[in-house]
Design a protein around this ligand. Structure first.
Ligand code: NDP
Length: 822
């Protein structure tokens, strides 16, 4: 009786081990040695090197897997290329049938997949069984539906081609699902490389899809090192790269693909905040913190690794948290009764330990509960570090382990400022029983996924992806489809970059960057002087720059002559420099953030302003036509068509200003998941030379319609339509700083924009070489880019010059998860 009472008091329970027998049998069947999976077959690798996979919870060798070499990558890409030809032409309804079959087969092999995942990665079986594998199946079901609907819902789009996918080790199966399911749904074929630490579940998955009857070559799995990853990325037969992993490697991949015309999506690191307000249900919030940071041993890209708690409740909350930490069970990943398993690899264990010691060095108080760890295996205690400065490296850097740092705040404004005080922006949660406060904070924290009173909730129906240095592109939801399609009219861009002499291994030019260097022009007054015909000095009509709603002189006081088709000077514009760009960016930021900033205005208000711009442009229709004829030498009719199209385009985006705000996502959450289409921020836009007015308007209008503020670099050759345009802006109630116009050398000005830390995206419609540099240089702070590679686009055609592609580039999707019910 006493023993029973004791048990009741301590609530101790014994181990509940899951059997590895089925997995061992599968491994033995393969002789514990795996080749590559190409064309639905096991292929012996060309090289002789193998990599050993260990169970991090026990240290046991599980199996050996091939190290792919160049020839192996070539065969996988070739297989995918061939499969793509037929798979992309297979009707969506048939692709859907295959995907349903894969989803069902995943469910059939659920247990085997989950056990293998836990053995290879070290994660608790409870998580692989209840989260990872169910989400794997869910993604195939969900995207099977999109395969079915592609022809009706995405009729303006086509498949991209062969997709190279590189995934990390923290959620091997889930990451694979996030990547493969949308890709093949949209008719693409895939070459996927799992992370070295966790290769095995991808290989088992390969057999699952082959058994389900997916046609050969649609999915190929290549194991290998980071070098093999690079070979996939640089392979000319690959049309898009999808990567999840560290920001550092993400940056390398951005460099490697710059200018190539390959699409790329990057899901990178994070340091996500968990904000606990004084009125939160503290016990629920403690459980939320457990889910946020100790799920998967904290090896989660959106782990809630920064606790930000209101000062007046902090001592009580931290005490509760410490008590809870004392009840976490750390142990063998196959024990169904544990909360935390093993760290994936010794090197990651060392990294975690390094950061904990660093936290101590930086003045933090390190707390680790007095709980037992197994005698062997890579286990690490749940760790809390309090008392750190917000600028401490332990607070700023991603640790990727079971380590939580904690800060305090007094006011909601301070909480939001602390939450946003990071270069990342992947996820975050807010805890409060005040719905107004919770939703306000969730909308102000800059991150791709925000959870209200929950954390780390995922579903295939809602996209996931980052802001800022957490990368760009979305995985999941309808928004995730656009990574795997291309507008129907557009062929795969094949930019001509021979002049750069790029080294194929590094994708860098042999010579130093001279792009964007510019010497201001000498005076061009004589021709201009003769123009008035009566010998008197002419009245200077050089248009100024347009910054912060004011006409300002260029900082350098230099001008550029504008010539007509016959080479005659028809005007002068300011020759902008770095300082002009910096000032324009500052003005754009001020307009974005001022109260109420442009982004915070109602779409209704923005639409009225756009209608007003359209009307005012139309009122000066003849003048704009004359200007285009004068600069370009084109016929009156063609110039008239351009101005009419520009007016129409403004009407189009006035319409979209309050009709592209987002959707309700049909996720599995009991509650509401809202996809909000937020503005990207400050966008720098370099306009094309063809269609000096229409090109300018087609890019400016979607950006400002969706709440961005812009720094426009008009056509370098024909800038006068843009400088005339600021008079239209001035008379249309556009707040100062929303549209800034800096004239001058396009590449010189773009270089400053793309290197500017406070510019969120750059759109560039200049030559291929400039497109290369924009993509290359954007890697410094991982800004989003959209470039034209110097390829033709018919700006008059509505299919090419307006619509979803533009709105997509002008927005980023934030999913806000709000559970409902008591
Ligand atoms: P990496 O970014 O190095 O690896 C991710 C994937 O990229 C792996 O498949 C890796 O292969 C591959 N890879 C490595 N180098 C290259 C390359 N040059 N070209 C192409 N592919 C490459 O992450 P790690 O696994 O090394 O983890 C390092 C840190 O990254 C962690 O401590 C954590 O902070 C962060 N991280 C973040 C993740 C996230 O989801 N945000 C996920 C994983 C890690 P291989 O495994 O063979 O090296």
């Amino acid at each position: 009786m006493t023993a029973l009472l004791d048990l009741f008091k301590t609530m101790e329970y014994g181990p509940a081990p899951e059997s590895p027998a089925a997995v061992n049998a599968w491994l033995d069947e393969h002789g514990r040695k795996f080749g590559l999976f190409i064309n639905n077959e096991w292929v012996k690798p060309k090289g002789t090197k193998y990599y050993s996979s260990y169970n991090p919870a026990t240290g046991e060798l599980i199996a050996e897997t091939a190290q792919a070499e160049k020839k192996d990558v070539d065969s996988a890409v070739a297989a995918a290329r061939t499969a793509f030809e037929s798979w992309s032409k297979t009707p969506g309804v048939i692709r859907a049938r295959y995907m349903y079959a894969v989803a069902r087969n995943i469910q059939k092999h659920h247990r085997l997949l989950a056990v293998l995942e836990s053995m290879d990665n070290g994660k608790p079986i409870r998580e692989s069984r209840d989260v990872d594998v169910p989400l794997l199946a869910r993604h195939f079901y969900y995207y099977a539906g999109w395969a079915q609907l592609m022809e009706t819902e995405l009729h303006d789009y086509q498949s991209v081609g062969v997709i190279g996918q590189i995934i990390p080790w923290n959620f091997p199966l889930m990451m694979l699902a996030w990547k493969i399911a949308p890709a093949i749904a949209m008719g693409n074929a895939v070459v996927l490389k799992p992370a070295s630490y966790t290769r095995l579940s991808a290989l088992l998955f390969a057999e699952v899809i082959a058994e389900a009857g997916l046609p050969p070559g649609v999915v190929n799995i290549i194991t290998g090192s980071g070098k093999a990853g690079e070979m996939i990325v640089t392979h000319p037969g690959v049309d898009k790269i999808a990567f999840t992993g560290s920001t550092e490697i993400g940056r390398t991949l951005r460099h490697l693909t710059a200018g190539s015309g390959k699409k790329i999506s990057l899901e990178l690191g994070g340091k996500s905040p968990v904000v606990v307000f004084e009125d939160a249900d503290l016990d629920a919030a403690v459980e939320g913190v457990v889910d946020a940071i100790w799920f998967n041993q904290g090896q989660v890209c959106c782990a809630g690794s920064r606790l930000i708690v209101q000062e007046n409740i902090a001592p009580r909350f931290i005490q509760k948290l410490k008590t809870r930490m004392g009840h976490l069970r750390v142990g063998d990943s196959l024990d169904k009764a544990i909360d935390m398993g093993a760290i994936v690899d010794k090197s990651q264990w060392d990294t975690v330990d390094y950061w904990v010691k660093m936290g101590e060095k930086e003045g933090g108080d390190v707390f680790q509960p007095d709980i037992p760890l197994p005698g062997k295996g890579l286990f690490y205690k749940p760790t809390l570090i309090t008392g750190l400065d917000p600028a401490a490296s332990t607070v700023q850097e991603e640790i990727f382990g079971p380590v939580l740092v904690s800060l305090t705040f007094r006011t909601p404004e301070e909480a939001i400022a602390l939450a946003n005080n990071t270069r990342y922006g992947l996820g975050g949660s807010v805890w409060s029983d005040n719905i107004n406060l919770a939703l306000d904070a969730a909308s102000k924290i800059k991150a791709g996924a925000m959870w209200v009173n929950c954390h780390n909730v995922f579903d295939a129906a809602a996209g996931f992806g980052g802001y800022r240095e957490s990368g760009f592109g979305r995985e999941g939801g309808r928004e995730g489809l656009f990574e795997y399609v291309r507008p129907k009219w557009m062929a795969r861009p094949q930019p001509e970059l021979a002049s750069l002499g790029l080294d194929p291994a590094t994708n860098t030019p042999a010579k130093k960057m001279t792009w964007g260097e510019h010497t201001p022009a000498r005076p061009a007054r004589p021709e201009a002087g003769r123009a008035n015909g009566h010998g008197l000095p002419p009245v200077d009509r050089t248009p100024k720059m347009y910054i912060g709603g004011k006409q300002v002189r260029p900082d350098g006081a230099y001008t550029l002559a504008v010539h007509d088709a016959k080479g005659q000077v028809v005007g002068q514009v300011g020759d902008g420099n770095r300082k002009d760009i910096r000032e324009a960016v500052e003005a754009a930021h001020a307009a974005h953030l001022s109260k109420p900033g442009w982004a915070m205005r109602h779409g209704y208000n923005r639409s009225q302003i756009l209608y007003f711009i359209a009307e005012n442009l139309d009122a000066r229709n003849a003048e704009f036509v004359r200007r285009i004829v004068e600069m370009t030498g084109r016929r009156q009719k063609s110039a008239q068509a351009e101005v009419d199209a520009a007016v129409e385009r403004l009407f189009t985006y006035a319409a979209y200003a309050d009709k592209y705000g987002g959707t309700i996502q049909e996720t599995t959450l009991r509650g509401i998941t809202v996809a909000v289409h937020e503005p990207v921020g400050v966008i720098g836009i370099a306009c094309p030379d063809d269609y000096p007015l229409l090109g300018f308007v087609s890019l400016m209008a979607p950006a400002i319609a969706r709440g961005n503020t812009v720094v426009m670099i008009p056509s370098q050759k024909y800038p006068l339509s843009a400088t005339d345009f600021y008079q239209v802006l001035d008379t249309s109630d556009v707040p100062g700083g929303v549209v800034n116009i800096v004239t001058g050398d396009r590449d010189h000005l773009t270089k400053t924009l793309v290197q500017h830390e406070d510019v969120d995206a750059v759109w560039y419609f200049g030559p291929a070489e400039g497109s290369y540099w924009v993509e290359y240089e954007s890697a410094a702070n991982m800004k989003r880019t959209w470039v034209g590679y110097g390829l033709p686009r018919d700006w008059v055609d509505r299919g090419q010059g307006e619509g979803h592609e533009f709105l997509h580039e002008a927005t980023q999707v934030k999913n806000i998860w709000v559970p409902t019910g008591e």
